[in-house]
Design a protein around this ligand. Structure first.
Ligand SMILES: CCNc1nc2cc3[nH]c(NC)nc3cc2c(=O)[nH]1
Ligand SMILES: [Zn+2]
Length: 374
């Protein structure tokens, strides 16, 4: 049985978005789906039971971080990442490329791979297609990502072209060094920046190598949202319709809806968990910064339309107090809500696709969330 297979259920008649299921060795993922990020083998402050309660179907973990600490050999000896973190549903691991560029000091990119210093202790480290595959095979994730380079934004045309061509050569090396293709799916990552011809070249290279799934990389790196949507308009149709499509690093409510409309199946982003830790929440009425003084005596729920544990049991005043007092329980409550909010949003997106009304749903949501012509 192939590690990862995509089952198309239906296409929304109004928007062209699609409803599907991704079958993995650790279970089925209903798409479009949002994947909570668990960088260091934990979705910060959440237990696996709480993630299941909000119906998170797959979580992410980062190769770069686990490679540096505790080291992939320890995770391998623990029996793999599922056992190590007590999560028996699907896991997707990235390949470390993106974090090297965003976190590490002194790095040097060569055809062989990337030399860098650990951001933890300055030790000299090396990541390459082969090392990234060795690490991900040790982690035992269900979906692994090819080792690529995500060019900065903006970047020179020539740089983006050279970079995508190397990413294509690296993708081939990942396929060649993949130890367990039958029980772990390896997704390639389409690059090409904001240039249609380069995106076409990258997609052609990678789809000729027949991966079980394709990610769209090089986006959500500081470009305006309309530019990202424009790149999606011409890139998604280049990808095979019988494989999952994963847009990396995208997680604001509007972008999740707009990406789903353009045929994306999978999303990930640290946003909901990161902003929760400074008291910013996503509610049906838009962003709400619960640490704001105006909530000091607001004894209503964070979001009157939400049925999560936080909104059923605690008030805005209490949440504000906990966040101001830097109480860990406050971070847990805002994280529970934000993740629940996005799981709920994706459930509503899937329902709207089923009912052929995703464009109507977008307009209703944008009005309520305060996203007029964002
Ligand atoms: C698997 C590692 N490779 C890889 N990760 C990414 C992670 C991203 N995260 C964001 N915005 C928050 N854009 C991304 C692009 C890439 C990308 O182009 N490549
Ligand atoms: Zn809630």
């Amino acid at each position: 049985m192939a590690a990862i297979t995509y089952e198309h259920i239906k296409t929304c008649k109004q928007s062209g978005a699609r409803l599907g299921r991704v079958h993995t060795p650790h279970g089925i993922i209903e798409t479009p789906t949002f994947m909570p990020v668990g960088t260091q083998a934990t979705v910060k402050t959440m237990s696996p039971e709480e993630l299941k309660e909000m119906d998170a179907q797959i979580i992410l973990s980062n190769t770069y971080h686990l490679f540096l600490r505790p080291g992939h050999e320890i995770v391998r000896q623990a029996g793999g990442l599922h056992k190590f973190m007590n999560w028996d549903r699907p896991i997707l691991t990235d390949s470390g490329g993106f974090q090297v560029f965003s976190l590490s000091e002194m790095r040097k990119i060569t055809e062989e791979g990337v030399h860098f210093r650990s951001h933890l202790n300055g030790d000299k480290k090396f990541l390459s297609p082969e090392v990234a595959m060795e690490v991900q095979n040790a982690l035992g994730s269900d979906i692994m990502m090819a080792f690529d380079e995500c060019p900065p934004y903006p970047a020179e045309y020539e740089y983006v072209k050279k970079s995508l061509e190397r990413t294509s050569r690296w993708a081939e090396r990942c396929l060649e060094s993949h130890a367990r293709p039958h029980d772990q799916g390896l997704f390639a990552i389409v690059q090409g920046g904001m240039h249609e011809d380069l995106r076409r070249q990258s997609a052609a290279d990678l789809t000729s190598m027949d991966f079980p799934g394709y990610a769209i990389g090089g986006l959500s790196v500081g470009e305006p949202k309309h530019l990202m949507y424009g790149v999606l308009d011409y890139t998604v149709p280049l990808l095979p319709s019988n494989k999952p499509r994963y847009l990396m690093g995208v997680g604001s409510p509007d972008a999740l809806i707009e990406g789903s409309i353009r045929g994306v199946d999978m999303f990930d982003c640290v946003l909901p968990t990161r902003i929760a830790r400074n008291g910013t929440t996503m509610t049906s009425q838009g962003r709400l910064v619960v640490r704001n003084a105006k909530f000091a005596t607001d004894f209503g729920p964070l979001d009157p339309e939400c049925d999560c544990y936080t909104c059923r049991n605690y008030s805005r005043a209490y949440l504000r107090h906990l966040i101001k007092a830097d109480e860990t329980f406050g971070l847990r409550l805002t994280t529970i809500h934000n993740l629940h909010f996005l799981q709920n949003l994706m459930r509503n997106v899937r329902k709207a696709i089923m009912e052929d009304r995703l464009l109507d749903f977008r307009d209703e949501f944008f009005d309520q969330y305060g996203l007029h012509d964002n």
